[in-house]
Design a protein around this ligand. Structure first.
Ligand code: ATP
Length: 691
């Protein structure tokens, strides 16, 4: 049994929050001031064992080896040990304060994990506006990387069993210790040059042990996301089993099911359709029935029916797993090592808030980390698309919205993201006349970030207000080119979605293309607790698989542009104008039915950029990334027809009304009613005189 493993053997044990083997005292560290934080290395028990790689100066940072949704991974030389490590640089500018805290907690927590199949964290620290996470360098990269490089149509069954068995052992360990990973996918299964597989990327992992509630936060990557996570109905570690099943399909075919669909459609289809299966007939490779059975067990919509990781490990499918070196022969022998593979940066079509002021001259040719620059504040500009930034233009005092433009994000001025979900006041945004007068919202004071907080994360250099200033991390800023986006739904934990909650959820839906063109992005829908009563209770339905099923079956939807809710929220304002609201509307759209007010709407998702994720292209500007339902033309047609019919009815009614008007003003004895045809003619002066 791997070291550090905590023996808790049943589902219920985890649900009852078995005492975790990993225990850290988050609260005191979390409350450390920046000054206190400096003491972490000596004060924290983590310092020597789990956070030894915690000084920016100790690294020579080399080439990028991978790109995530909000991070770049570099190879790095750790000077004190002359050891090659991997260092992940996460741009904190893209995160909200609470997300940074969570990120730190999770990172620190993972630093304490000890399992041969869980990626170790050697240390973490903040430098400028970047959080650096130091891990071992795994020379084969991720399983997704391996597939992209040499096995685009998927892997053979024995290799899959060998990979998945190791991944499952990692999950058994995490679950026993009270963690849900929440982002299990081939991109997060790293491999070393010996064929050892390690589960990585705990950025979204969640501790079941933090509180007694079931998780409601909607985090993950849509294609891998369990239906109950999408529904926000509460989920537990069985969500990882679903993702594990999807990962099995991904390894078998080279891509996740539904990978070609836009994220919102993935959500809808996952909720509405039967679970995906391994179609053994249509696969390029031949797979056993046992493999199919194992996947079917994982992909049961009722999460109670899914096996635990431990039970799954006993499935006959895993009996065919070989030793690690099988992977070396079967896979690694056929692909170049990670540092010799091309690492594409795909220009990202995204919506960003960019500095239109003094450009941060990051040379995208040179990916090496630049020295940290002091943080400056500047004016936000929203960019769309791929063209060069347009020159700054004044923003009137009265119109404090970010400038909206269609721009490129490559070789661009350094950009900043606006913390979404924070109460952004008009005066918080800079104007042309006072660019330097910008100060962050009071809820995110610059010094509110506890730098270095989070157990072993050291702070070096100034930490910006993560959400409101341009980054100064010194890293190349071509986020626009690498960011893949993520998609998650946060639901205000204090309030569950109930059917009578006709909530206007201000959902963030951002997406950016992944570097491989696949929809690997992680997405985030965030309900910011801003709830509005919709027109009628009958017009709202929670996002559930039943409702979505109906929605998909009826092929009714609507993509509408609507005004933002609050004029005091300039971000919402600009986004409301520019991007509108993505609504899922369920029910028939025939004229008769629309009249009945029996249609349903799911909680709406306003498309607004999230700094926590790629504040990216999302649904909006670029047609290749737009999340528009293919049924849209049909729906528009139906709606227009309905409108025409309505107009005709109204026309007839008005004519009738016109015809009866004289009778309202004249005495019955003297008034002759005009016929409908007469009514169309103007009343003559003779007639008027007569009356
Ligand atoms: N320790 C490591 N050693 C070698 N390569 C790594 C290491 N960590 C990450 N990588 C490479 O960098 C890529 C990006 O990693 P990262 O964890 O940032 O993103 P991801 O998990 O693929 O995406 P996302 O963050 O959107 O889930 C990985 O797919 C992998 O190829």
């Amino acid at each position: 049994m791997p070291s550090g493993e905590n023996l808790v053997t049943s589902d219920s044990a985890v649900q009852k929050r078995a005492k975790p083997a990993i225990h850290i005292d988050i609260a005191p560290t979390h409350l450390l001031t920046p000054v206190d934080t400096e003491r972490i290395p000596s004060a924290s028990p983590l310092s020597s064992e789990t956070n030894w790689a915690n000084r920016y100066e100790d690294f020579v940072i080399g080439n990028p080896i991978g790109y995530g949704s909000s991070a770049v991974v570099y190879e790095a030389m750790y000077k004190p040990l002359n050891k090659k490590l991997a260092i992940k640089a996460i741009d904190l500018d893209k995160f909200e304060r609470n997300q940074i805290d969570e990120l730190r907690r999770e990172t620190a927590l993972m630093a304490l994990c000890k399992h041969p199949n869980v990626l170790k964290v050697y240390g973490s620290f903040v430098n400028g506006s970047k959080l650096f996470i130091v891990t071992p360098y795994l020379a084969a990269g991720s399983c997704l990387d391996i597939m992209k490089t040499g096995f685009s149509e998927g892997l053979d069954e024995i290799s899959i069993a060998t990979i998945l068995k190791q991944a499952l052992e990692a999950l058994v360990y995490l679950h026993k210790n009270g963690h849900i990973h929440r982002d299990v996918k081939a991109g997060n299964l790293l491999m070393d040059d010996q064929g050892q597989v390690l589960l990585a990327d705990f950025g979204v992992s969640s501790s079941l042990t933090e509180n007694n509630e079931v998780r409601r936060t909607f985090v993950g990557t849509p294609c891998w996301m369990a239906p109950e996570v999408m529904e926000q109905a509460g989920y537990d570690y069985k969500a990882d089993i679903w993702s594990f099943g999807i990962t099995a399909l991904e390894l078998a075919t080279g891509h996740a099911p539904l990978a070609r669909h836009p994220p919102m459609k993935v959500l809808m289809m996952t909720l509405a359709n039967d679970p995906p299966t391994l179609d053994r007939q249509n696969c390029k490779q031949k797979f056993s029935r046992t493999f199919k059975d194992m996947i079917d067990l994982c992909l049961q919509k009722d999460h109670h029916k899914r096996p635990t990781a431990e039970k799954l490990l006993a499935h006959p499918f895993f009996k065919q797993a070989k030793r690690h070196d099988h992977l070396v022969k079967a896979l690694l022998a056929h692909v170049p090592p990670l540092d010799q593979r091309p690492h594409k940066q795909v220009p990202q079509k995204q919506i960003i808030l960019a500095s239109a002021e003094k450009p941060w001259n990051f040379d995208t040719q040179d990916e090496r980390i630049q020295p940290v620059r002091p943080i400056e504040r500047s004016k936000p500009v929203v960019h769309f698309g791929e063209h060069p930034p347009i020159p700054e233009r004044p923003v009137p005092e009265t119109d404090p919205q970010p400038i909206l433009s269609g721009e490129a994000v490559s070789n661009k001025p350094r950009w900043m993201t606006q913390a979404h979900g924070l109460p952004i006041q008009t005066q918080d945004l800079p104007t042309a006349s006072s660019p330097s007068s910008y100060s962050p919202p009071s809820s995110t004071p610059l010094d509110a970030h506890p730098p270095g907080v989070g157990l072993g994360i050291m702070h070096h250099g100034p930490l910006s207000a993560a959400s409101s200033t341009p980054s100064a991390g010194g890293l190349p800023s071509s986020e626009g080119e690498f960011r893949k986006g993520r998609f998650s739904v946060h639901q205000t934990p204090t309030r569950a979605m109930a059917s009578e909650d006709w909530i206007e959820s201000r959902a963030i839906v951002c997406r950016a293309p992944s570097q491989d063109g696949e929809r690997r992005s992680r997405f985030e829908i965030k309900q910011n607790g801003i709830q509005q009563v919709c027109e009628s209770p009958a017009t709202g339905l929670p996002l559930t698989r039943e409702n979505l099923k109906e929605c998909v079956l009826n092929k009714v939807g609507r993509f509408s542009l609507e005004k933002p809710e609050s004029p005091s929220d300039p971000i919402a304002l600009s986004e409301g104008r520019k991007k509108g609201r993505f609504e899922l509307k369920v029910g028939s759209s025939t004229p008769s039915d629309t009249d009945k007010a029996t249609h349903y709407e799911s909680p709406q998702s306003t498309v607004i950029p999230s700094p926590s994720i790629s504040p990216s292209n999302s649904i909006s500007r670029d047609s290749s990334n737009r999340m528009v339902d293919p049924n849209l033309p049909h729906m528009v047609h139906v709606h227009v027809e309905a409108l025409i019919k309505q107009t005709e009815i109204q026309k007839n009614m008005l004519q009738g009304l016109l015809a009866t008007l004289p009778s309202l003003y004249a005495s019955p004895s003297t008034t002759r009613l005009r016929t409908p045809s007469e009514a169309k003619k103007p009343v003559s002066s003779d007639e008027i005189n007569q009356r």
